[in-house]
Design a binder for this molecule. Structure first.
Ligand SMILES: [Zn+2]
Length: 321
């Protein structure tokens, strides 16, 4: 798919500077002239909800290089690249805590007394479709990596507390010397078509009217193609023949890589697995246009920024090649 990498989080050709990660002295030198993105409880700091805020490493809130993640060398290619870091300040407790919203995800924002009121921490899912590709890649990388550190503090081999090394790209066990690397969990998400229709489903806990493409985790020992066929069969009883790859999307909620595929349905009849889905149905192109226009009686427009919407938009526009 020619336009594959234009998906949200689809990448901005960031120079990740992997050659610097192992050299603590070099990372410390880069830190002095570097810029720092603050992340609070998974939320990046944004200016007026639109662009990432970068603080100089000398800023009081930027913390120490020893706990910072090195994201890469960022720049416009004109004035030279600057080292970009992320610092987790989740331990900070606001005096007036952020109001937790009920709903599919929390869209409330949080300010900080040492920062201007125009700079707030935002839930990434709420702003992902409006970030520039570079900001989206940096924020997704920082969020996914921080969540991995938060949830993998102990060695999976011996249970001892492990240490962050290589500027955030590895954890090392001081007891058994095992090395651990950031996890990415592959998920297939599939545009299953039958003539003029596409297969959509909705989960039991989703907001009313929300439908999406079927999706599921790839199992150990399975190919991408086999996972597409198995998931569709399990969730809807629809048999899928030929499968192909379309586009992928890093999805840092918390650590997935969405692998967008197409698949040709060989059968029509749908039987949903009630543990996985509340409903699944064949939707025509005409109905999909109505749904995205907000005029469909049942199906609401799917969320901008998610790969399901991206694939459906390109299917409607006949741009899957
Ligand atoms: Zn260990």
């Amino acid at each position: 798919m020619k336009l594959a990498e234009t998906v949200t989080f689809g990448g901005s050709h960031l120079n990740r500077g992997a050659e610097h990660r192992r050299d603590a002295g070099q990372i410390a030198a880069l830190w002095h002239g570097g810029k720092v993105l603050l992340i609070w409880r998974g939320r990046p700091l944004l200016q007026d909800g639109g662009a990432l805020v970068w603080l100089p490493a000398t800023h009081d809130l930027a913390g120490q290089v020893g706990t910072a993640l090195f994201l890469g060398m960022d720049g416009d290619g004109v004035e030279g690249d600057q080292a970009a870091f992320a610092q987790d300040i989740s331990a900070w407790m606001p005096v007036e805590p952020v109001a937790q919203q009920a709903g599919f995800f929390d869209t409330s924002v949080q300010g900080h007394p040492d920062l201007p009121p125009s700079q707030m921490f935002h839930e990434l899912r709420a702003v992902m479709a409006t970030l520039s590709p570079r900001d989206a890649e940096l924020a997704a990388t920082a969020r996914a990596l921080l969540e991995w550190h938060r949830s993998h503090g102990f060695c999976a081999s011996c249970g001892a507390k492990s240490d962050m090394v290589h500027a955030g790209w590895q954890r090392s066990c001081p007891v058994c010397n095992a090395q651990h690397f950031p996890r990415t969990d592959p998920v297939v998400i599939m545009l299953i078509t039958r003539g003029n229709t596409v297969l959509l489903g909705r989960g039991p806990t989703w907001p009313e009217g929300m439908y999406s493409l079927l999706a599921g985790f790839i199992e150990p020992g399975e190919t991408i193609e086999a996972a597409v066929r198995r998931e569709v069969l399990e969730e809807s009883a629809v048999v899928v023949g030929q499968v192909g790859y379309l586009a992928s999307q890093p999805w840092p909620f918390p650590a997935s890589l969405m692998i967008g595929c197409w698949g040709e349905a060989l059968s029509d009849a749908i039987t949903v697995d009630p543990d996985e889905l509340q409903d699944a149905r064949w939707v025509t192109r005409e109905e999909m246009v109505e749904a995205f226009a907000g005029t469909h009686p049942l199906i609401k427009p799917s969320r901008k920024g998610a790969i399901a919407r991206f694939l459906l938009d390109h299917w409607l526009a006949d741009r899957l090649d």
